[in-house]
Design a protein around this ligand. Structure first.
Ligand code: ADP
Length: 217
């Protein structure tokens, strides 16, 4: 099963990716994680992308595409994969099609998790993090036992800078604008599956898996 996940920050991509890798027994490929790992390990790639990541800009297409091509050559991708954070541009989407076609393969589905700006704001502004141990809570769905204090160490929880309302709204709008050309690209290829992600995580996973079963090669 070869899957691409699209969805704004807060749409629940990470959680759904976990469900899909468990169910289909395929690897989760997050280009963001790969770049962060390269930076942490101080590899040549890491040195190239460090400043770009810190400034929040996109890594140039040629670098991303090369990293993805190398990754897809590894044996664990034989049965498929779930891409998360890739492709982000139409040239990256075209390159993915070309890489797969060289391997006599193709994408089976692109899942687009749709969510309103209002719902994202509600989800992300209710997120809290322990500044001491990094544990994440949500004041709606995963509350700490004691009001706004970490269950593990009692530290007062904080809101991360990028979870503040104005920042969340800006990221959401930017995401939707940037993703629209990709949505059109995959819609034209008839492999786009739109899913309303303003529902409970488990229901979302069940619904997506059911839909994917229908297109399973
Ligand atoms: P975010 O932190 O915005 O959720 P990711 O974790 O997916 O994003 O990626 C972190 C960073 O890695 C991005 O800000 C970008 O610099 C780089 N990156 C990841 N994937 C891509 C991609 N497909 N194209 C270009 N840059 C990317």
């Amino acid at each position: 099963m070869r899957i691409v996940l699209l969805g704004a920050p807060g749409a629940g991509k990470g959680t759904l990716a976990k469900d899909l890798i468990d169910y289909f027994k395929i690897p989760h490929i997050s280009t963001g994680d790969m770049f962060r790992e390269a930076v942490a390990a101080g590899t040549e790639l890491g040195r190239k992308v460090k400043n770009i990541l810190e400034s929040g800009l996109l890594v140039p297409d040629d670098i991303v595409i090369q990293v993805v091509e190398e990754r897809l050559k590894k044996g664990d991708c034989q049965k498929g994969f779930v891409f998360d954070g890739y492709p982000r541009t139409v040239p990256q989407a075209i390159a993915l099609d070309e890489i797969l076609s060289k391997m006599s393969a193709k994408l089976d589905a692109v899942i687009y998790l749709e969510i309103s700006e209002q719902a994202v704001v509600k989800r992300l502004t209710s997120r809290r993090v322990c500044p001491r141990c990094g544990r994440i809570y949500n004041m709606i769905s995963m509350r700490p036992k004691n009001d706004e204090q970490c269950d593990d160490d009692g530290t007062k929880l904080i809101i991360r800078d990028d979870d503040k309302e104005e920042v969340v709204r800006k990221r959401y709008r930017l995401y939707v604008e940037m993703t629209q050309p990709l949505v059109n690209y995959y819609q034209d290829k008839n492999i786009l599956i739109r899913v309303n992600s303003e529902i409970d995580h488990q229901d979302l996973a069940d619904r997506v898996i059911q839909t994917l079963e229908k297109v399973r090669p």
